[in-house]
Design a protein around this ligand. Structure first.
Ligand code: APR
Length: 245
């Protein structure tokens, strides 16, 4: 992949950049993208039937077990060159914000600092009643653990279908979008709101919109630059092409 000169010179002069990532960035770490077929036991379920408040109310144990399986799936997984290239990008761009829809925690693990986890994080849980957060919990019995403050059922601290996004990261994302010069959409199908509308908002604020994705998406026709390919391959090449290291 040869990045066009106007693109590399743009990036070399960019002071404020916002990157938005989706499941595609974690695919080369061995994690299925969200719309990949579910694996094994979970094949009989659609994510939408497990990741919702209704599903949790209906069968908290099933939902808890699905997230326990997803946490296990992430345990042995490491960031890939795409995650690390984004850490390098953060060091090159004076004002860098990474907004992620991923809940696998791999950007944090790789070292990204200014990170907005729009859909939460698998490694965190919170009480479904009083909202208290926890990063560790007791559930030797395997049953859904309960809050130590109010005894409510603990749930994954991730955004479920039909739920609103956590206010703080969303407000910070909208603020970053308001003045960014470049918006870089990576590894996301751009099908889920409000992440999908962030690119359009950035563009209407005057940002150049760039997409790196394995395939074209609904955003592609509206982008200023589209680079088709794997983020784990293209992002390190982008750093090399712009900053030569
Ligand atoms: N490099 C770049 N792009 C890739 C790669 C890769 N190695 N592998 C897959 N892709 C692309 C796919 O072509 C697809 O367009 O990444 C995109 C992943 O899209 P989805 O599976 O829809 O995941 P995502 O966009 O993150 O979903 C957004 O939807 O279901 C909700 O909350 C869930 O956070 C998720 C949100």
């Amino acid at each position: 992949m040869n990045f066009p000169a106007d693109f590399t010179s743009l990036l070399s002069r960019t002071g404020k950049l916002v990157a938005l990532t989706g499941a595609g960035v974690s695919q080369e770490s061995g994690l299925r993208t969200f719309r990949d077929a579910q694996a094994g036991l979970w094949q009989q379920y659609k994510p939408e039937d497990l990741a919702s408040p209704e599903a949790f109310a209906r069968d908290p144990q099933l939902v808890w077990d699905w997230y326990a399986w997803r946490r296990e799936a992430v345990k042995g997984v490491r960031p890939n060159p795409g995650h690390y290239a984004l850490v390098e990008l953060e060091a090159k761009i004076p004002a860098f914000t990474l907004i992620t829809q991923n809940v696998d925690g791999l950007h944090r693990f790789a070292g990204t600092r200014n990170l907005l986890e729009l859909h939460g994080n698998l490694q965190r849980v919170r009480c479904s009643d009083c909202g208290t957060f926890a990063e560790t919990w007791e559930n030797d019995s395997g049953s859904v653990p309960r809050c130590m403050h109010c005894n409510g059922l603990l749930r994954p601290d991730v955004v479920w279908f039909g739920e609103s996004l956590p206010r703080d990261p969303l407000e910070k994302a909208v603020e970053a979008i308001r003045t960014c010069q470049v918006f870089l959409s990576i590894g996301t199908s751009g099908l889920v709101q409000p992440a999908a509308s962030l690119a359009h908002a950035a563009q209407s604020n005057g940002a150049v919109v760039v997409e790196i994705n394995a395939e074209a998406t609904p955003l592609t026709p509206k982008t200023d630059f589209f680079f088709q390919g794997k983020s784990g391959e293209l992002l390190p090449k982008l750093i090399q092409a712009v900053w030569g290291n």
